[in-house]
Design a binder for this molecule. Structure first.
Ligand SMILES: Cc1cc2nc3c(=O)[nH]c(=O)nc-3n(C[C@H](O)[C@H](O)[C@H](O)COP(=O)(O)O)c2cc1C
Length: 374
């Protein structure tokens, strides 16, 4: 039997659009590097999601690119043409078949795209290289190319609706194109897309408006729209907490269904732009003031930690790495078997846990990312 102290994790949540989420647990979006060469969803991905969708209220998929020069990862699935709809539908049905809402994360990698994945056409807000790819100087997008990409986010939203998803999440986090427009590091434009913090918000808001417009036009059933953002950047100049609190304050009035912060640790404190009397997540929840549900995330492994996230005032809590290591997390908590939750990865468990090869390879190679048993 479930322990009383975890019951709040299992309380239904009703979104503004009347959609009911059966509990407070979300599977965080995680790239799995396993799509087919042509960008279609693979059987392996279907199996990986089927294994993890039983229990959680919402599954946010790995990101999908909205246009060819936005592909950020090998084995990333495509959302940029109507031919992809049947595969996208299989994925939505696999997730929904296990009882979770399926949300497609829509993305453009901008300057973070490996040149070989975008045939050399690496683009961004401005011609400023990232710290991660210092040798790759992106090309600054023209005004009409920016308009095209905004429409591409809308087109992928239409495909998500046609493929039967319950919603889309706009990927404005982790240093990719939407964040590149918001960041004073990557956006040095002096036109309507850059300058003051308000002007740096122009592209993110234009994407939000286009996605909302397309959903209003095409969705026949309630369709959720979420927005994900990273609160701070490590560079100077870079996004600081005060920029983010302004963005959050604006996003909270856009009629979105949720805001999703991207954090590696939900307990982390601000670096710059807000004092460290509160965590980043607490600052964000306080700025939102209940206008829209917030998803907290980052190093949640135990149900006590998940409850702690909800206690900040966030309505939902996302689990990423933990659901890779423990696909049965939710049912174990529901059954009072939380002591059986696995919080480390054994080197023998790739097949048992249905983890695609390239994802497994990166997990094993990148030390410190996942807790791997010796
Ligand atoms: C393998 C892997 C792939 C990820 N891919 C994405 C992604 O496609 N989109 C995204 O917004 N975040 C991505 N993330 C970040 C996670 O959504 C999450 O914010 C982060 O892992 C911290 O949560 P956790 O401690 O529960 O894993 C990824 C994380 C991992 C581990």
């Amino acid at each position: 039997m479930m322990k009383e102290q975890y019951s709040q994790l299992f309380k239904e949540l009703e979104l503004k659009n009347n959609m009911k989420i059966k509990n407070r647990i979300v599977m965080a979006p995680m790239t799995n590097y396993a799509s087919n060469e042509d960008g279609t969803v693979s059987d392996m991905e279907i199996n990986y999601y089927t294994r993890r969708s039983g229990g959680v209220g919402i599954v946010v998929t790995a990101c999908t690119y909205v246009t060819a020069n936005g592909k950020g990862f090998p084995g990333e699935f495509a959302g940029d043409s109507d031919e992809m709809i049947p595969g996208l539908r299989r994925l939505a049905e696999a997730i929904q078949g296990q009882g979770a809402k399926a949300v497609l994360q829509i993305f453009h990698g901008g300057r973070s795209c490996p040149p070989e994945l975008v045939h050399g056409d690496v683009v961004s807000a401005s011609a400023v290289a990232s710290a991660e790819q210092p040798d790759v100087l992106p090309r600054s997008l023209s005004d009409s190319e920016i308009e095209d990409i905004i429409r591409d986010f809308g087109e992928t939203t239409r495909r998500a609706i046609e493929a039967g998803y319950d919603g889309v999440e706009i990927h404005g986090a982790n240093g990719y194109l939407i964040q590149q427009f918001f960041s004073p590091h990557s956006n040095t434009r002096e036109d309507r897309w850059g300058g003051s913090v308000d002007k740096r918000m122009a592209f993110p808001l234009a994407v939000v408006n286009e996605v909302k417009r397309v959903a209003a036009e095409h969705a026949k059933a309630p369709f959720m729209i979420g927005y994900r953002f990273s609160p701070e950047e490590a560079t100077t100049p870079g996004i600081t907490m005060d920029d983010t609190l302004k963005l959050v304050d604006t996003l909270a009035d856009q009629g979105l269904d949720y805001l999703h912060v991207s954090l590696m640790d939900y307990r982390s404190k601000p670096r710059e732009g807000a004092d460290n009397s509160k965590t980043r997540l607490e600052w964000i929840v306080d700025a939102v003031q209940g206008r829209v549900p917030v998803i907290g995330v980052g190093s949640v492994h135990t149900p006590d930690e998940a409850v702690e996230v909800l206690q900040t005032g966030a309505e939902l809590v996302a689990l990423g790495r933990e659901l890779i290591m423990e696909p049965d997390w939710v049912s174990k908590v529901a059954d009072g078997r939380e002591s059986e939750i696995k919080t480390t990865l054994s080197k023998q468990d790739q097949e048992l846990l249905v983890i695609p090869d390239l994802l497994w390879h990166y997990i094993m190679e990148r030390t410190g990312w996942f807790p791997v048993d010796a």
